[in-house]
Design a protein around this ligand. Structure first.
Ligand SMILES: NC(=O)c1ccc[n+]([C@@H]2O[C@H](COP(=O)([O-])OP(=O)(O)OC[C@H]3O[C@@H](n4cnc5c(N)ncnc54)[C@H](O)[C@@H]3O)[C@@H](O)[C@H]2O)c1
Length: 305
């Protein structure tokens, strides 16, 4: 008995890295999987059916069920087609894992319009478009059956977005947007029986090998993408019942729930604010934090530092 017996899942960007492990684990646990991957370069250029087909072949060789999809998940029509492919091939859709991503890092003062647009598109629209068509399908299914659909979306954020990494204005803005969008979708879709959560992974893949050190076997084992797949499959399963709108960070042997913006101090006024009145409240406003730039937590050696 697998956790996902009889379930149908889509994983975007499942031809390599973290998405590949997610697709393999979902299939091992019984899901029929649509393996989506455009097959492009780390920076998003080009396309190749190879990576998606290889993962499908691996799943089928292990006795599972899978089909390849090479659409750009950030294309509106491509996302619709992908959702329809799951329903037409396997009869339904129960799990959507939005994972596909690219990087085009630059400091803000050097970033081109193309670098900005492409990263925002692949991540932000590439998460929203599949979610939008999956949500429409689940809403209709709920109406048709009169029952809760029991479906899940797992999105993919990043510490870069949660904690704001210099050199990644495009990527961090998209990933912070994805973390917030997760909560929006969780609020909107709860009524149909859909839970929406988010993973913030740290893993050694082609996206991070220059940051984390290629060829370091100890690091590679510690930061294996399979760790991330375990967290994603937990969020995508019924085991995580009651968990909605959350961000789960996994880095090696560490798993954390990360929560975001909230008021930490306040001052109030019965009259219209003036510059002087705000300034008079400065000490209270910063009584629980430093007024400088908040720390960036991506520390591979000591993630809790
Ligand atoms: N590796 C990490 O430590 C880390 C950290 C934080 C966030 N992430 C996020 O995790 C996700 C997976 O990253 P990874 O490290 O496995 O990278 P990866 O490059 O190994 O895999 C990403 C896959 O997405 C595919 N892809 C890219 N654009 C696509 C598109 N438009 N449509 C369909 N497929 C597309 C690529 O072809 C690639 O196979 C990304 O969203 C990334 O931003 C990774």
């Amino acid at each position: 008995m697998g956790l996902f017996d009889g379930k149908v899942a889509i994983v975007t960007g499942a031809g390599r890295g973290i998405g590949r492990e997610e697709a393999l684990l979902l299939a091992k646990e019984g899901a029929s999987v649509v393996v989506n991957d455009l097959g492009g370069a780390r920076t998003g250029e080009g396309s190749d059916v190879g990576p998606a087909q290889q993962v499908v072949d691996e799943i089928v060789a292990a006795g599972g069920q899978a089909v390849a999809n090479t659409n750009d998940c950030s294309s509106w029509s491509g996302a619709e087609e992908m959702v329809n492919q799951a329903i037409e091939t396997f009869g339904s859709l129960d799990v959507l894992v939005n994972n596909a991503g690219i990087l085009r890092d630059k400091m803000s003062f050097n970033m081109t319009e193309e670098e900005w647009d492409s990263v925002i598109k692949v991540h932000l629209k590439g998460h929203f478009a599949p979610a939008r068509f999956a949500a429409a399908y689940w809403r209709q299914k709920g109406k048709d059956t009169g029952e809760s659909v029991n479906a899940k979306i797992v999105n993919t954020a990043s510490e870069s977005g949660l904690y704001a990494n210099a050199g990644q204005a495009n990527y961090a803005a998209a990933k912070a947007g994805i973390a917030s969008m997760t909560i929006v979708l969780a609020r909107e879709l709860e009524r149909f029986g859909v839970r929406v959560n988010c993973i913030a992974p740290v893993a050694l893949t082609r996206l991070t090998e220059d940051l984390m050190g290629q060829g370091n076997e100890e690091m590679a084992a510690k930061l294996a993408p399979a760790n991330i797949a375990a967290g994603v499959c937990w969020l995508a399963s019924d085991l995580s019942e009651g968990v909605n709108g959350q961000v789960l960070k996994i880095q090696g042997g560490l798993a954390q729930i990360v929560q975001g913006w909230r008021p930490i101090t306040q001052i109030t006024s019965d009259e219209a604010w003036t510059i002087e009145a705000i300034d008079a409240g400065r000490d209270t406003l910063f009584s629980k934090s430093d007024p400088g730039i908040p720390p960036f937590f991506l520390n591979i050696n000591d993630p809790t530092a």
